[in-house]
Design a protein around this ligand. Sequence first.
Ligand code: P1T
Length: 384
Amino acid sequence: MGEIEAQESWGFDTRAIHAGQEPDPTTGAVVPPISLSTTFAQDGVGNTKGFEYSRSGNPTRTAYETQIAALEGATHGLAFASGLAAEDNILRLFKAGDRVLLGNDAYGGTYRLISKVHTHLPWTAVDLLDVDALAASWPKDTKLVWLETPTNPLLRCFDIEAICALAHERGAVVVVDNTFATPYLQQPLSLGADLVVHSATKYLGGHSDVVGGFAAANDDDIAQRLRFTQNAAGAVPSPFDCYLALRGAKTLAVRMERHCSNARSIVDVLIGHKAVERVLYPQLPDHPGHRAAAKQMRDFGGMVSFTLRAGQAAALRVAAATELFTLGESLGAVESLIEHPGQMTHASAAGSPLEVPDNLLRLSVGIETAADLVADLAQALEQA
Ligand code: P1T
């Protein structure tokens, strides 16, 4: 049930709608059933129909894992209870003393997980924009390079191919957090990454109604070790969560197209606005990493950040003044959100090399009518 493999010739949208989702053989249901059973009958001891216990494997989860793996161009996909659970499982693959190079802009929770939970892993925050400088300062004990591109919240973009080539030459594994780009805009495994990780809570689910995480890989050994920790540590999503994320991901391509075009409309309003100090969007020619983004991404994404000339107080006033842009954490769903990273999503990075500017606002541009979003932001900016 639900294990249809993506055919090589299938395009992205066909994979999203069919990979892992063949009609149920007993009923013909075209939607993979939510399999709530925690246990599965065995004909004799060890003689299963492919499932034995739902932490170890579940038919709805298999359908969802097959679908997202197909979108990432991966042979292995593993679903977790949250993005941070997926990250935690990946970090468990490393041993005490293995150094992590962490891009110096990343989700605050990722920084917190590495620096405060996996304290046996030494880490260094590095500027991944300059690959030559990275090569020159490379710590010898590095075993893992962890990068987001575009980053959260500054939207810096890094050259995945160049960083993977360097890391592999030095014997390190590369993990790319593809949450902001999604596999529709960028496929890190095809550029040399060893692992892709997602907060499926964001664009994959796409509707702000499920918390989830995902890891994808092509390397059999990495995948098998991750499959072991997925089961042994047990941070798996429920069948209902898998169903919601699978349902959301079916429309990923069409949603991303609208997210990108709406983001462009918002950027047009912000650029040249008297209250705005700087607009951060990967499409802008002077944006850090614009060239890497133009090379490796299909389009530039639905996230836009900007700083206010009048400082933090102005940023907080604008964040409180929008009506369609809801003030809240998270991103990547159909409805637009606004947040102040310094006091919200990145508060845990205060005082660290990953601290963010206090006059920064981050927008997750949704798929509402562009003119309505533009009007809302314009009226809120009058409060700056
Ligand atoms: O929230 P969770 O599903 O555990 O995912 C963590 C995570 C991982 N990676 C990136 C790039 C993320 O942005 C996140 C979560 N981020 C937010 C909640 C946020 O508002 O930035």
